[in-house]
Design a protein around this ligand. Structure first.
Ligand code: ME8
Length: 646
């Protein structure tokens, strides 16, 4: 029996229309699914939508719609976009479908049957945006959500709990034994330290609204939306509530879950512990990719910089968008979307390297070998070099895809693209033609066409239409056999005599005038909204500024505040009799040792506050988005502590 491969995307919320972030995960999953199919593996690719919970309920109310009406509208938007982006999913699951609700209730019953669900009450700080409770130590100062920066709601409700705490050790053991389980490494480390801090039991039902799946036997409660949502990965396989799970489950589980790093904890802690309790195998891999910003800014509706995938496809075409998103940024890392960058890559790598290669090669075959793939003669060293590069490129690109390193796979493929361009220059078919060296000419043209065929097969998962167009121009019939990886296991798979035919340019260059127009169109709303924000933000005058007592503070001592990851207690010399105690939320970015001896910029006249019970009499200034990415403002040189800043 052939190997099987099951890949999933997150199921997306239907309170918002799809944007480039959703497209990114889904394209990555599509590339993997296409790649595995081309390997001859039995492959299944699931995507879908997450339609329950308070967030959707509130969003629908705000629009005067029933939740299901909102869901139906937005689901359509996702479907249309996936179609446009060439997403080859095998199934699309909606959490409002009956087939899903039954599975969620079944998994609940199994977990309950194992004694892992009990009734209690929950009080905490809730963010509807995240659909999650925060604790004093995980929320931001001022009772704000650490993700959305919006006020959290204090909620108290009766709730069922899942005994997640019971599974902490088993989870750590599993992570240890299965290095491929949480990737990349940095995300694994995050989860390990989170779990080592101890797991609490998880509140898994809500009574404050009823837009969800009912708790079996207690219809006053709906099942927590994340338990509902995560279960899609097995309801999409028709899990039938038994150990074996039914035909699809047996064939395809466990899955590779591709997700964004924002939802790692749900996938790497909640979901596996739930599966353990239900007695089911854990996912093979949870791969959390990075986060896209846009032209250096966080994507947000209020900045009007949300990148709309349809507009991108309109401007650049489907395959270039797919290529760019996976080529630009290593999969596990954060990246920035910029129109300059996509235009740069389209012109250099797609139009120049690949598009020109095909064009000049087909033109030569038309002119020198009667529009046919000629019969090759004996290989010389140059030919062997090209063949070896092709073999290496196929091997490397496959290995990189097996490791989710999409960008490296593309780099390996482009090594071949560039090698063919060099080969043409060195073999100089035009000279052979002039000299009438027909046999050698035939060998060279064959090698060029065969190498391009290898490129087409390798780029197939990334740029399916482009691959097909290349095959057409090489006279390869449009059947799937030729797009299979097997077809590049051996050199010289191109049929001698296949008819070569020029077509339109693969990727038209984006000339500078057009580039300017595109960049203007895309970035204008952003610039406008920035201006609006600037006007809205009140100006201050010099007297306002003088009210702030800014001083140079020399850090004398620093230590962590127990039970807090972020907060550090600093003793800072501000030129006063005694050092001042200041609490700073920079503990993910700095160790206490790193801070001692630094000369920092400190606000000295801020009203004292207590943070986690520790008094803070001032504030350390720092820049950056937060968490590990924060840099303190500090002074060079040896100026004395307490020096005022103006
Ligand atoms: O979280 N950069 O749904 P969601 C990269 N329903 N990827 C991004 C992104 C960005 N700026 N913004 C979003 C949910 N994504 C839950 C999931 S799964 C059982 C339930 C992508 O609509 C990324 O994949 O908020 C992220 O994980 C997902 O969209 C979140 O989609």
């Amino acid at each position: 029996m052939s190997e099987s491969f099951y890949v999933t995307t997150p199921i997306y919320y239907v309170n918002d229309v799809p944007h480039i972030g959703h497209a990114y995960t889904t394209i990555a999953a599509d590339v993997l699914a296409r790649y595995h199919r081309s390997q001859g593996h039995r492959t299944r690719f699931l995507t879908g939508t997450d339609e329950h919970g308070q967030k959707i309920f509130k969003a629908s109310k705000a629009q005067g719609l029933k939740p299901i009406e909102l869901a139906n509208q937005v689901v359509e938007r996702f479907r249309v976009l996936w179609d446009r982006l060439g997403i080859s999913f095998d199934d699309f699951i909606r959490t409002t479908q009956d087939r899903h609700a039954q599975v969620v209730q079944n998994i609940w019953k199994r977990v309950e049957g194992n004694g892992d669900i009990y009734l209690g009450s929950y009080e905490g700080w809730y963010c509807t945006g995240c659909e999650e409770y925060y604790t004093e130590s995980t929320m931001d100062e001022g009772n704000l959500c650490p993700i959305h920066k919006t006020p959290l709601e204090r909620l108290k409700e009766k709730s069922y709990f899942f005994r997640m705490s019971k599974y902490a050790n088993a989870l750590l053991e599993h992570i240890e034994r299965h290095p491929e389980f949480i990737q990349p490494e940095i995300r694994k480390n995050e989860i390990v330290s989170f779990v080592k801090d101890g797991l609490r039991d998880l509140s898994v039902s809500r009574t404050s609204f009823d837009w969800g799946i009912k708790v079996p036997g207690d219809p006053e409660h709906v099942i927590y939306v994340w338990i509902d949502a995560l279960t899609n990965y097995i309801s999409g396989l028709g899990w039938n509530g038994t150990d074996r799970g039914g035909e699809l489950f047996e064939q395809f589980w466990p899955a590779v879950h591709l997700i964004g790093k924002d939802i790692l904890r749900f996938h790497a802690v909640y979901w596996p512990t739930l599966l353990m309790s239900a007695g089911l195998p854990l996912p093979k891999t949870v791969y959390a990719h990075g986060w896209w910003t846009v032209e250096g800014e966080k994507m947000s509706k209020s900045l009007r910089n949300v990148v709309e995938p349809h507009a991108l496809v309109d401007a650049y075409g489907k395959d270039p968008v797919r290529y760019f998103l996976l080529r630009e940024v290593p999969f596990g890392l954060d990246g920035d979307f910029s129109h300059h960058a996509i235009i740069g890559r389209i012109n250099a790598e797609l139009a120049n390297d690949l598009g020109n290669l095909l064009r000049r090669s087909v033109t030569m075959a038309e002119k020198y070998t009667d529009s046919m793939a000629p019969k090759p003669g004996e290989q010389n060293e140059l030919d062997k070099g090209l063949m070896n590069t092709a073999v290496a490129s196929a091997r490397d690109s496959a290995r990189h895809l097996d490791n989710y390193a999409f960008h490296k796979a593309l780099v390996s493929i482009w090594e071949l693209v560039r090698a063919v361009n060099r080969y043409i220059d060195e073999a100089a078919p035009w000279t052979l033609y002039k000299k009438g060296e027909r046999e050698r000419l035939g060998t060279v043209i064959f090698h060029i066409l065969e190498a391009i065929r290898w490129v087409a097969v390798m780029i197939g998962p990334f740029m399916p239409d482009t691959a097909r167009t290349i095959c057409e121009q090489l006279g390869i019939s449009d059947d799937d056999e030729h797009m299979m990886r097997k077809s590049i296991e051996q050199w010289a798979g191109l049929a001698v005599g296949s008819r070569v035919k020029k077509g339109p340019a693969l990727f038209p260059r984006i000339e500078p005038d057009r580039a300017k127009v595109l960049i203007f169109q895309f970035t204008e709303p952003l610039a406008e909204s920035k201006q609006e924000h600037a006007v809205e933000d009140k100006m201050i005058n010099i007297d306002d500024l003088k009210k702030v007592d800014l001083r140079l503070g020399l850090v004398k001592e620093a230590e962590r505040i127990p039970k807090s990851k972020k907060l550090l207690k600093l003793m800072i010399d501000l030129g006063e009799e005694e050092p001042r105690q200041v609490v700073a939320g920079i503990g993910l970015a700095y160790t206490p040792e790193q801070l001692v001896g630094k000369r920092l910029l400190v606000v000295a006249n801020l009203e004292p506050v207590k943070l986690m019970g520790v008094e803070s009499k001032g504030m350390v200034m720092a820049a950056g988005p937060g968490g590990e990415n924060v840099v303190v403002a500090q002074f060079d040189g040896e100026l004395p502590a307490g020096e005022s800043v103006h």
